[in-house]
Write a protein that binds this ligand. Sequence first.
Ligand code: F6P
Length: 343
Amino acid sequence: MAIKRIGILTGGGDAPGLNAAIRAIVKKSLKYGYEVYGIKNGWLGLIEGDIEKLDLDSISGILHVGGTFLGTSRTNPYKKEGGVQKVLDNIEKFKLDCLITLGGEDTNSVSNKLSKEGVKCVGVPKTIDNDISGTDYTIGFDTALSITTDAIDKLHTTAASHHRVMVVEVMGRNTGWIAMLAGLAGGADAILIPEVQFDFDDIINRIEERKKRGKNFSLIVVAEGAKPTPEAEQIIKSKEVDEFGHVMLGGIGQIVKNRLKEVGYETRAVILGHLQRGGKPTAFDRILALKLGAAAVDLVKEEKFNRMVVLRGTKIIDIPIEEAIKEIKYVDNDLYELSKLFY
Ligand code: F6P
C-alpha cells in the first residue's frame, strides 16, 4: 500500500531545533505529495486523537524558534491502561500510513515497540543530552552546549572578581556530554561527569595548584548525574519516576559547593536547569534539523521503516531504531583524557 499520510510527533524533553526539523519534514512531504498530520504532545496526542493537518502556513516563521510548536510530553502508551490500543485505533482513524517520531531514547523505544505491532515508523534523534547511540550529534545538543558555555564565561568573570570557586550544575541525565564539552569550551578547572567517579581531594588539589600560580578562583562544572563513588547514589530532586522510569536528578552542585565550603573556600553554586533547553537554536542545530527532517521523509519515500536518521561525520545515514536505543551513548575516553590536559 503506497504511503499517503504521514503523522509526526515530538516526545520527551523539548530541544531547540525541533521546529526546524518539523519544517523540513512538512516541506519535503508536501513536495512528494504526502499529506502531513501533526500529533500534539507526543504519544499523548495519539492516545487522545489530538491531531491536525499541517500545511505551509503551519510551519511559517518557526525555523528560529525554540521548543516545539506541536507540544511534547513524557507519556508512554505502554504505561497507560489501553494506551497502545488507543494509539493503534487513532492511527487507523486518521488513516496515518506511517509516523515520524522526533525524540530521544524513550520516545523512540515506543516507536520500536509499535513497529513490531505493524506501525511504520521513522525516528529522528533529538535531546540536549546527546546520549543517543549511532549519531554524533542529536538535535538540541549544540544549542545547550552554547548556552552552557556562555553561562560558564559569565561565571568566570564574577568568580575572578570575588576570588571564589563557582560550581555550575548542568543537565545531561546519566551522561556528561554537556558538562564535558561546555567545560572544555569554557576552560573549567574540574569537569565532573557520571561516566567517571570524582574525588573531592583531587578537586581541592587543583584549586590549590591554581592558587600557587596566583589564580585565586576556580570553575567547576558538574553534570547532574555525577557521583563521587560508583557505589554512591545519584542526587535526586524527587523520587517520583516518569512513565519511562526516570527520576528527576539535581542537587549534586550544592553538595560539591558545601564540601568545598567546609574546607574553607568561598563558593557559590548555580543550577542552569531548563535554561539549557530554551531559546533559539544555533545555526548548527537548525541545519542538522533540516537535514535530518528531510532525510526522514526520504526514508518514507524509500519505504525503509523502523529506522532512524543519524549524523555520522558530515553525512546523514540511517540505522535501525533498535540499534540507536539499545544503550545510551557515553562520553568517550578520548575527551576525558583531553580534559586532563587542562587541569
Ligand atoms: O533529557 C533532557 C533533560 O533536560 C535532561 O537533561 C534532564 O535530566 C531532564 O530532561 C529534565 O526533565 P524535565 O524537563 O522533565 O524536568
